[in-house]
Ligand binder design. Structure first.
Ligand code: HXC
Length: 258
């Protein structure tokens, strides 16, 4: 499948999607979002792929939604098109794990896109921010909501009200990114991490992902109950039998994704 705005490759069991609009610092235009949605559909359908890495260039993961494409839209345009929900949330409905590997700018919609992934690995050059306020608007794909859940009210409020950009160290301290990686090793480390996940039991990985996501959608007691039910259900898989038997027999498990 040929794409205009992204590059797609597979590395073993890992699907690697690279946002590729270098002249616009990977600004997220409608065509790019459509390409991304198609690539994710294909990777979800491909049994050989167990996890996905989403990345950009060295200079920019993505510098936001495409301001030039957006600037002339009227209220009726954005309301009737449900701009910008359509397509963007495809990342959040992906059942396979998606890791964001962020180098350079992840601003506005770029930061929101990274936050829609399951976790963020950042190069030391990564810069995160919600600068929408400086161009007379606010985030429209979760920047006021997800960022607040990641870093707490004070930092999220400051970033949303001033547009201040956070560097990788601050982002790691605040819990926005899981790890900082030297820029030259970002892709290889993200792919290695995805490969490790892809080598585990696929259904159990999906269950774990569902449970962590549940923490954002419900109360603690309901979430713990949900987790317990799912934990119990792992005992219905062949992979739980294999994983525990392998531990007892001091060997590497051979998961069958069943
Ligand atoms: C369209 C963009 C863009 C964007 C950069 N470009 N960001 N085009 N939309 N979001 C284009 C520039 O116009 C320029 O094109 C080229 O990319 C290089 O950018 P420069 O500004 O020349 O680069 P630099 O001086 O290095 O500055 C980098 C930057 C700056 C700090 C990241 O580009 C910037 O501030 N960008 C906008 C960031 C932003 O406000 N993002 C939020 C967007 S609103 P030309 O043709 O001039 O060479 C948003 C809303 C989301 O995301 C709502 C819901 C999803």
């Amino acid at each position: 499948m040929a794409y205009e705005f992204i590059l797609v490759e597979t590395r073993g069991p890992v699907g690697l999607i690279t946002l590729n609009r270098p002249k616009a610092l990977n600004a997220l235009c409608a065509g790019l979002i459509a390409d991304l949605g198609k690539a994710l559909d294909d990777m979800e359908a491909d049994d050989n792929i167990g996890a996905i890495v989403l990345t950009g260039s060295e200079k920019a993961f993505a510098a936001g939604a495409d301001i030039k494409e957006m600037s002339g839209k009227s209220y009726m345009d954005v309301y009737l098109q449900d701009f910008i929900t359509k397509g963007w949330e495809r990342v959040t409905t992906c059942r396979k794990p998606v890791i964001a590997a962020v180098s350079g700018y992840a601003l506005g919609g770029g930061c929101e896109m990274a936050m829609m992934c399951d976790f963020i690995l950042a190069a030391e050059t990564a810069k995160f921010g919600q600068p929408e306020i400086t161009i007379g608007t606010i985030p429209g794909a979760g920047g006021t909501q997800r960022l607040t859940r990641f870093v707490g009210k004070s930092k999220a409020m400051e970033m949303n009200l001033t547009g201040r950009i956070m560097d990788a160290e601050e982002a790691e301290r605040a819990g926005l990114v899981s790890r900082i990686i030297p820029a030259t090793e970002l892709i290889s480390e993200a792919v290695a991490t995805a490969e490790k996940i892809a080598g585990l039991s696929r259904p159990v990985v999906m269950m774990a992902k569902e449970c962590v996501n549940k923490a954002y959608e419900t109360t603690l007691s309901e979430g713990v109950k949900f987790e317990r039910r799912v934990f119990h259900s792992t005992f219905a898989t062949e992979d739980q039998k294999e994983g525990m038997a392998a531990f007892v027999e001091k060997r590497t498990p051979n998961f069958k994704n069943r």
